[in-house]
Design a protein around this ligand. Structure first.
Ligand SMILES: C[S@@+](CC[C@H](N)C(=O)[O-])C[C@H]1O[C@@H](n2cnc3c(N)ncnc32)[C@H](O)[C@@H]1O
Length: 284
């Protein structure tokens, strides 16, 4: 395909996406054109006549977006807590709501690192490594094990750690929750699958068709992973340690009961940016 000027290509991409009913057409068009043409927003403003050769790649990306693929799946990355994280087939796309969990536990991570010279973190269901990597990049004395059952997710998390320069303080470990985990940790964090099996079919197409089912499905009532974590945490948490969990918007009561029955106290709860219950923090 012939080259086209950057400004014209941006307008064309926006029109194609808007015409197909894509909600954030202007934003998605900009992300896709910039990514595949290797240009920036400043280039579009300062040099709209700059020729772009990657017209075919951009058209193919627009086709995928119009077919319903989320824009970050097409780009192959998503930004989280100031980090650029690569995605792969079996990783959930990290969501801004999960940053609430990082914010909730980060003061404890810093305080533990000051007091103990280290903060050992276990991230159960690490996916891209999002939560663990946010914490170890924010606290130089923190070290984390990212656990997952997916080999693909573990490889992606390890590659993200390498790209962020923290691979000496992050290890990716294949384990069914605590099954292969040894030792005690100051902090256990998890954003487990928490959607009930029957609700998965009602999710938006972009979630249902492109996020891996294993990252979403929390069993018949969506609470099974919380039961697994509550029953195993006692063998892996240091005295005075914390458990930080992301939850579904209607799970605050049920998850609190599960952890209280296992002997923990709810020490804090947080809402996400949309005002929904999103994070619970338990102490021993
Ligand atoms: C909701 S995703 C969270 C991913 C990442 N922590 C984040 O917040 O973006 C849940 C993750 O749990 C993993 N998982 C599912 N079942 C698991 C199990 N039995 N043991 C360990 N990890 C599991 C999935 O593969 C997926 O990566």
């Amino acid at each position: 395909m012939a080259e086209r000027p950057l400004g014209e290509l941006l307008r064309h991409a926006r029109q194609r996406l808007a015409g197909a009913g894509i909600a954030d057409a202007a934003f998605d068009a900009r992300l896709l054109v910039e990514h595949f043409s290797g240009t920036t927003r400043s280039d579009a403003i300062a040099s709209p006549d700059r020729p772009v050769a990657q017209v075919a790649e951009i058209e193919a990306a627009l086709d995928r977006r119009i077919a319903g693929e989320p824009v970050h799946r097409i780009l192959g990355y998503r930004d989280f807590y100031g980090m650029r994280l690569s995605l792969s087939t079996e990783t959930l796309e990290p969501r801004p709501d999960t940053e609430t969990l990082v914010d909730a536990v980060l003061p404890f991570v810093h305080a533990t690192a000051v007091r103990e010279s280290v903060c050992r973190i276990l991230d159960l269901g690490t996916g891209t490594g999002a939560i663990a990597l946010a914490l170890v990049t924010q606290e130089p004395k923190a070290e984390a094990i990212g656990v997952d059952v997916s080999e693909d997710a573990l490889a992606t998390a390890a590659a993200n750690a390498e790209a962020l320069g923290v691979s000496s303080r992050f290890s990716a470990k294949k384990s069914n929750w605590f099954a292969e985990i040894q030792g005690r940790h100051h902090l256990i964090v998890s954003n487990p699958p928490y959607i009930s099996t029957s609700e998965i079919d009602d999710l938006q197409n972009e979630v249902r068709n492109f996020d891996p089912r294993r990252a979403l499905d929390g069993g018949p009532d969506g609470l099974e992973p919380y039961r697994m974590i509550a029953s195993g945490a006692g063998r892996h948490l240091e005295e005075g340690g914390l458990i930080g969990l992301e939850i579904g918007h209607d799970q605050r009561h049920d998850v609190t009961v599960i952890f209280e029955q296992a002997g923990y106290h709810l020490s804090a709860h947080y809402k996400d940016l949309g005002g929904n219950d999103r994070v619970l923090v338990f102490s021993c």
